[in-house]
Design a protein. Structure first.
Length: 94
């Protein structure tokens, strides 16, 4: 290992953390936001949002391991989470 270079296992641990629990949380927020935005009855909206959530979670997991820079990965995940929370707040005040 070169002195001053980050440990590979630290990067892998961050990617695993970003993929599994953070990805799950973002998918949970996405499902809630989409189910509130869909113009159908509540039951059907939750069904469609739940079906779409599998694709969203898969995309987050793939992106967590495909993105070469960790800082960009975390910026995208934080930005995505903030955007979804903003949509949830907006729909709660409508």
């Amino acid at each position: 290992m070169v002195r001053g270079s980050p440990d590979v296992s630290v990067g892998l641990k961050q990617r695993i953390f970003a993929a599994i629990p953070i990805g799950y949380g973002l998918t949970y927020l996405f499902t809630g936001a989409i189910s509130r935005l869909l113009p159908t009855d509540r039951t059907e909206a939750v069904l469609w949002a739940s079906m779409a959530s599998f694709s969203v979670y898969l995309a987050i997991v793939i992106y967590a391991f495909a993105e070469p820079k960790l800082i960009r990965l975390w910026c995208v995940l934080v930005g995505l989470g903030g955007s979804i929370v903003a949509v949830l707040i907006w729909t709660a005040t409508r």
